[in-house]
Write a protein that binds this ligand. Structure first.
Ligand code: PHE
Length: 353
């Protein structure tokens, strides 16, 4: 068989091999096999040296044609395979926008925080400022300066957690110490009046502690919001108007309030405030135990004796104070049957708010 036939046979084999490849790596291997420096075509062309000068031009022409035919077959196949590879990649990377998204649960503020923030917002709108005091408090601020000197019978009304310094001199003494967990936010009143001159319009939200066993209506730690106003000419009418406005802002405009006489050592006169029952509208039902009213806060006019402790002239100034329990407001607003649910962290409960 002559060289020309060899070349044609090589061309046909090469084209068949190119057509048979189905990826770029395979195609490159075929190219090296047929057209590379050590490839079949080069090997054949080395044999040209043995040809006579007359034969050479014709064989040279055929070999060029064969090279071109192989090269264009490679180029064509390369374009096809590259396009196919690109199409496959685009397909694999495509985002299916019709797939359902992954839902991420969104957190929220705890109900007690939400209500505190709501009440704070109402009072900021009335021009009050926020005040703070320590949760670990001195007996003086929690009791004495609130007109409950040592041995005052009203002290027994509140069961107190006392804080003892176990390394100190009195480590062996059980019971009362000068340091305690505040039983109400009223000590903040004293701290504010001690450090600021009237006019005073402050709101003090915070945690308080009592030695109660947790049950549906008691928690050993809960949240109060204290309010204090001291200015010239403040009357019980101002107190009533303020608290009526606040109750309507918290519970809704159709709710009514009533003030019942009560006793607190640090206010005189004192009152408890009820809001009309939201379930029966005041008719009387199981929720309000038949009375039509729900108790929500304590309040009164600042006792002149308290002004005495902080050096405010009771002839010139008068004031009112109030304290509300946030857990109780939450329970009344959302019909929560057991205050302990507010502390248990059960997501089925918390997610409702
Ligand atoms: N400190 C009182 C309590 O905890 C509430 C109160 C505050 C009453 C301010 C009158 C004035 O029960």
């Amino acid at each position: 068989m002559g060289i020309t036939e060899d070349l044609h046979e090589l061309r046909d084999r090469g084209i068949a091999a190119v057509d048979a490849t189905n990826d770029l790596v395979g195609l490159d291997a075929v190219r090296v096999e047929f057209l590379g420096k050590k490839g079949s075509l080069t090997t054949i062309l080395r044999g040209l040296g043995g040809l006579s000068p007359e034969e050479r031009p014709a064989v040279g022409k055929v070999s060029n044609e064969v090279r071109q035919a192989l090269e264009s077959a490679f180029q064509e196949r390369h374009a096809e395979l590259a396009a196919a590879a690109m199409a496959e990649r685009i397909g694999a990377e495509a985002v299916d926008v019709t797939l359902p998204g992954r839902a991420r649960p969104v957190g929220s503020r705890h109900l007690i925080e939400q209500i505190s923030a709501q009440v704070v917002e109402i009072f900021l709108g009335l021009g009050y400022r926020i005040a703070e005091g320590p949760e670990v408090e001195l007996d003086y601020y929690n009791f004495t300066a609130l007109n409950q000197p040592p041995d005052h019978p009203a002290r027994s009304l509140q069961d107190t957690f006392y804080v003892r310094d176990l390394s100190g001199e009195r480590a062996d003494i059980d019971g009362e110490s000068d340091v305690l967990l505040r039983t109400h936010t009223s000590p903040v009143q004293v701290r504010v009046m001690e450090s600021q001159k009237p006019p005073i319009y402050v709101l003090a939200p915070g945690k308080v502690y009592r030695r109660d066993v947790a049950d549906p209506s008691h928690l050993p730690q809960f949240t109060q919001i204290e309010g204090l106003v001291v200015d010239e000419g403040i009357t019980f009418g101002d107190l009533k108007g303020t608290l009526d406005h606040v109750c309507k802002a918290i519970f809704g405009p159709d709710r009514r309030t009533r003030f019942r006489p009560h006793f607190f050592p640090f206010t005189e006169p004192s009152a408890e405030v009820d809001v009309s029952c939201g379930i029966c509208g005041g008719e009387g039902c199981r929720f309000c135990k038949g009375s039509g009213w729900l108790e929500i806060l304590g309040c009164g006019m600042v006792d002149p004796n308290v002004f005495g402790y902080v050096g405010i002239d009771p002839e010139r100034y008068s004031g009112f104070a109030f304290g509300m329990g946030v857990e109780r407001i939450a329970a009344l607003k959302y019909n929560i049957p057991d205050l302990r649910m507010l502390l248990e962290g059960d997501m089925r409960f918390l997610r409702q708010f």
